[in-house]
Design a protein around this ligand. Structure first.
Ligand SMILES: [Fe+2]
Length: 164
């Protein structure tokens, strides 16, 4: 298999993060549903759909990176596994707020990876990667902002003196 370039490796990572984001949104939506946090459930369903679209777009671009598709997909799988393993540890006996804390980390990480990919591409100047990053960056910015907003809203509703 050909060795990944730095650009292709980063593409594999954002692909894996988009896949992991779907698993995470689904898991936290389950917690939110149990606590009847309907608004959070809706927001997470939208995030899951967004992540699915980002995944598809990444896969399309990966297909066009000559001979790199398999290696990019392997990198994606590795990244996805790392995040979902961390998620399982973090979300043992979790409540919705814990779930939103996890998402605040994973979504911020996802945004950072997109910013890094876009920065690498300022040098690489690949048209497809440029379009992909342009489309994905505002989505990730929105995800980070939305997760933060709902995490803080739930925190404001908590009783800080209650046993944890
Ligand atoms: Fe995201």
């Amino acid at each position: 298999m050909p060795e990944l370039t730095t650009l292709d490796e980063k593409l594999g990572e954002v692909l894996g993060l988009a896949q992991a984001a779907q698993t995470a949104a689904k898991k936290v939506a389950t917690l939110a549903r149990k606590e009847k946090e309907t608004e959070v459930v809706e927001v997470l369903q939208k995030m899951q759909e967004d992540a699915k679209q980002v995944e598809e777009r990444c896969k399309e671009v990966a297909t066009s990176r000559d001979g790199m598709k398999t290696a990019i997909n392997m990198k994606a799988r590795e990244t996805k596994t790392e995040i979902t393993d961390f998620m399982k540890t973090y979300l043992e006996d979790a409540e919705t707020l814990d779930g939103l804390e996890f998402l605040s980390m994973s979504e911020a990480g996802e945004l950072a990876h997109w910013e890094i990919l876009a920065k690498l591409n300022e040098t690489a100047k690949d048209k497809q990667i440029a379009n992909l990053a342009d489309a994905s960056l505002p989505i990730q910015q929105r995800h980070v902002a939305t997760v933060r907003q709902h995490a803080l809203r739930l925190a404001a509703e908590e009783d800080p003196s209650e046993p944890a």
